[in-house]
Design a protein around this ligand. Structure first.
Ligand code: DX5
Ligand code: ZN
Length: 214
């Protein structure tokens, strides 16, 4: 099980320290939430912050694009240090097309689904993906409550991946705490994203351990 702390919940007045704590605390990758105020109601940061974080850590940077026009920015995020780029199926009518565009940037390719988006949209493109990101809250904000219906979607994707013998990883994002982490693991998740549960309070390393042992 891999743990991906989401920087959204970190203290941005001391991002360097937060990133160092996550790396020293055993994080497997760092999750960076990019929001544009259009696809989601919130705005966070763009490539400039990815570029800064790239200089602070050896960890892989998992960039989650919650933006309406991801194709316009793929090159920038890749050049600034993303190791994987995940786009939302809801804004990509031509999924094979955008997957090919991300691939051209020589980064890992992810597609994400909102809680209300049926999992079927993934089936035709699954073997082209490194990552499936199942949202377990409506994207836009940290600290929301886990939506249990996402577990059924994870079980389905897990089954498709295993049946086809693919290496595609399943990531879950939103409302992940030790209890929900354990449910997600049982459903077949490979990567847990957690913001509040890691940076919210207490010790980052202990919080990561608690998720890993859940
Ligand atoms: C929400 C983001 C998440 C967020 C999760 O739209 O995609 O990555 O940071 O936050 P928590 O873990 O607090 O639910
Ligand atoms: Zn995210």
């Amino acid at each position: 099980m891999k743990i991906a702390p989401s920087l959204l919940a970190a203290d941005f007045t001391c991002l360097r320290t937060e990133v160092e704590k996550a790396e020293a605390g055993g994080a497997d990758l760092l999750h960076l939430d990019v929001m544009d105020g259009h696809f989601v109601p919130n705005i966070t940061f763009g490539p400039i912050v990815v570029k800064a974080v790239r200089k602070l850590t050896q960890l892989k940077l998992d960039v989650h694009l919650m933006i309406k026009q991801p194709a316009r920015y793929l090159e920038d995020f890749a050049a600034d240090g993303a190791d994987s780029i995940t786009v939302h199926a809801e804004v990509c009518p031509d999924l094979p097309g955008i997957i090919g565009q991300i691939r051209t940037q020589q980064v890992c390719v992810g597609v994400s689904l909102n809680p209300d988006t049926p999992v079927d949209v993934l089936k035709p493109v699954l073997e082209q993906l490194d990552l499936v990101l199942v949202m377990s809250v409506n994207p836009g904000f940290g600290g929301q409550t886990f939506i249990p219906s996402c577990l059924e979607k994870i079980r389905q994707v897990r089954q498709w991946i295993d049946q086809a013998g693919l290496k595609t990883e399943i990531e879950i994002d939103g409302g992940i705490w030790p209890q929900t982490a354990s449910e997600a693991k049982q459903a077949g998740v490979d990567i847990l994203v957690a913001g509040s549960a890691i940076f919210g309070s207490g010790d980052v390393a202990e919080n990561i351990r608690a998720l890993r042992n859940s």
